[in-house]
Design a protein around this ligand. Structure first.
Ligand code: DGY
Length: 348
């Protein structure tokens, strides 16, 4: 699909993206925009090289693509100056290779913070109250009357929510769980989140002033402290060498038998094979997963586990957010082409 065929700058988007604002931004700024209409979901390096062609000023790409040495070399050869991932995460992008070939890299933070945190909160609730299992039971026609033991789950109020990685998304999630469900907070992050701490302190004081049990917070000195103490644990670190398989057989064994684990970050943060085994051995342990080690696949056995809720990487999938991500990605590419700073540059 081609927009503004006579535009001076050739920009390629490897996927169609929601909304029209990003399209308008590019064509108003003299870009010829080519949107790939290829039906297959994941484009190979060869597919993208063909899209880049001989002349290309910038590319908007997706987290499913492998933006390494080969693609940045091809983009640079075609005169390309900018690449933006339509994602906040950029573990699929080799930033060093981009630097080497003089291609600026952008990502799309900010607009997906609340949307992603909301999905983590939804999964936490769904797991605690066994909503998916109960829905399947109902649809299967198995409900034959109210029973005291039917789908008994956990009350979140007064329990402890554990957050690993209290950046933008982790902090937004923590606030939702503390304020929405009156949970106590324990978090681990390499940086101190003073805003989060001030918020929980102030909220605790508000509850106390209203005669309610105040919530508490604690900044853990290690990740294992969070794993041992929290009832619901949500993972929000970036994926890199240090966070690969952060959750593994050993760390799972330290968690409470009835804990809930949520992952809306990146699949490889969790050793999925170890997780399946843990779910089998501990039927009261529950997980809510938005991401998987080898997307789009799940490790064998995971799909059969009643104590797992699995959704297809939809944490940022609200209309407002996806349109915002597309707009930021366009601004990133446009900025570099036009000589302004890249809007969001993970290098900075
Ligand atoms: C991201 O942005 O990194 C998410 O995984 C997709 O929205």
């Amino acid at each position: 699909e081609v927009w503004n065929p006579n535009g001076k700058y050739r920009v390629v988007s490897t996927k169609s993206m929601p909304g029209t604002r990003w399209i308008n931004l590019l064509i108003e700024q003299d870009c010829r925009l080519e949107i790939c209409t290829e039906k297959k979901t994941i484009l190979s390096v060869e597919d993208i090289i063909a899209l880049i062609g001989d002349k290309c000023d910038g590319v908007i790409g997706q987290l499913t693509e492998d933006w390494g040495e080969t693609l940045f070399a091809a983009l640079s050869k075609a005169g390309g100056k900018a690449f933006s991932n339509m994602a906040v995460g950029y573990n699929n992008v080799d930033v060093n290779a981009a630097n080497k070939y003089g291609v600026a890299v952008g990502n799309t933070p900010g607009v997906l913070t609340e949307t992603t945190a909301e999905l983590a909160a939804s999964l936490s609730l769904a797991a605690a109250r066994r909503i998916v299992e109960a829905d399947e039971f109902m649809r299967a026609g198995l409900y034959d009357g109210w029973l005291p033991h039917l789908f008994v789950g956990n009350l979140l109020k007064g329990q402890t929510v554990g957050v690993i990685g209290a950046g933008r998304i982790g902090s937004a999630y923590a606030r939702m769980m503390v304020e929405g469900f009156k949970m106590n907070l324990i978090y681990f992050d390499l940086y101190q989140s003073t805003r989060l701490e001030k918020f929980v302190t102030a909220y605790g004081q508000f509850l106390k002033a209203n005669g309610e049990q105040p919530v508490t917070w604690k900044r853990a000195s290690s990740m294992s402290e969070v794993l041992q103490e929290a009832d619901v644990i949500s993972l929000h670190p970036v994926l890199d060498k240090t966070t690969y398989h952060l959750i593994n057989k050993e760390s799972l064994a330290t968690m409470k038998k009835e804990a809930i684990l949520i992952n809306c970050s990146r699949g490889p943060v969790v050793d999925e094979v170890a997780l399946v085994e843990h779910l089998k051995q501990n039927p009261m342990f529950r997980v809510g997963l938005d991401v998987f080690e080898d997307e789009p696949y799940m490790k064998p056995g995971l799909g059969e586990m009643k104590n797992a809720i699995v959704v297809p990487h939809i944490a940022s999938a609200s209309k407002w957010t996806r349109e915002g991500m597309a707009t930021l990605a366009a601004l990133n590419v446009l900025g570099k082409i036009k000589g302004y700073p890249v809007w969001h540059d993970p290098n900075r």
